[in-house]
Design a protein. Structure first.
Ligand code: MN3
Length: 229
């Protein structure tokens, strides 16, 4: 088995796509310095999503949580390169879950920040154009879609994400949940992700996570969803 096999793991392919994609605004803005992942700037102030998401949550979530995924991904990635150079396949294999978790955390949060916008800058409301058409084709109407999405979020056990994805084979959109930091890869394109980890809401909503899932729709950036579709 050659070392290149490990270089083309799902997450690596996803990172490569992130560097070359021009279609996906958030992916394109994900920044790398000499192959290293770096924390992207938020396109709004920490407090700009209040009252849906408090400024304190946004600051901790971006500056601390996301930064940790970036740092840990870079560390695992360096270890992977060293193991590849030594032809140490055992170590390479043992690093794959770490690359998936922290690389996934970096990708998911980079996409998530750009899925949000302050309501005074166009956040919230209902999708229009081709997003509206795609959602209505799969879910009937926007309110039914929102109810199903919130039910998917509520059904996540432990930590994870719910996503609106596009099936690249059929062009249809679907709601899918992912555990932990598993990124949307393979035949699906991520359009809209909502972070259901406790760190995304607990400081403000405590155990009332349904209130967070309900309030976040007031700051969804549908323009980003449309660009990704
Ligand atoms: Mn998070």
């Amino acid at each position: 088995m050659s070392a290149t096999l490990f270089r083309t793991s799902a997450i690596a392919r996803s990172a490569l796509r992130a560097r070359t994609s021009t279609k996906t605004a958030a992916m394109a803005s994900m920044s790398f310095v000499r192959g290293k992942a770096t924390l992207p700037d938020l396109p709004y102030d920490y407090g700009a999503l209040e009252p849906s998401i408090s400024g304190k949550i946004m600051e901790l979530h971006h500056k601390n949580h996301h930064q940790t995924y970036v740092n840990s991904y870079n560390a695992a990635s360096e270890q992977m390169q060293a193991a590849e150079q030594k032809g140490d396949i055992q170590t390479q294999t043992s690093l794959l879950p770490l690359i998936n978790f922290h690389g996934g955390g970096h990708i998911n949060h980079s996409l998530f920040w750009e899925n949000l916008a302050p309501s005074k800058n166009g956040g919230g409301g209902e999708p229009s154009g081709k997003v509206k058409t795609a959602i209505e084709s799969s879910y009937g109407d926007f309110n039914s879609f929102k109810t199903k999405f919130n039910a998917a979020l509520a059904g996540i056990q432990g930590s994870g994400w719910a996503w609106l994805v596009k099936d690249n084979e059929t062009g249809q959109v679907h709601i899918r949940t992912y555990a932990n930091q598993d990124p949307v890869v393979g035949k699906y394109t991520p359009l809209l992700g909502i972070d259901a980890w406790e760190h995304a809401y607990y400081l403000q909503y405590q155990n009332r996570k349904a209130e967070y899932f309900s309030a976040i729709w007031d700051v969804i950036n549908w323009k980003t969803v449309e660009q990704r579709l």
